[in-house]
Design a protein around this ligand. Sequence first.
Ligand code: FES
Length: 113
Amino acid sequence: MLEASRKVATIYVKDREGADHVLEIEVGASLMEPLRELNGGAIEALCGGMCSCATCHVFISTEWANKVPSPGDDELELLEGTECFDEGQSRLCCQVTMTDELNGMQLTIAPEE
Ligand code: FES
């Protein structure tokens, strides 16, 4: 049986230098790996997606933020401890999974802390 072709969706990313990038991300995959690979490390993601470091902090643009499922308690606790926490936009990208509904989403990499 043939494997179904993989679906991808597009996100638009502004990095810490203000440069814009277009990324194709597999639906069902975390945003973390593609963002860690961008520019050889647009995010650090030091814990590898274990929701324990907050070095994968991004700001999801307001028109998209409510399409992303709400953060869990662990994620919210880490985010609230960051200097630049924005209640409406802050997310840990390792906890965000790409979906069809997020196709076209815009986000900005949070400043390094
Ligand atoms: S990679 Fe560490 S919290 Fe997301």
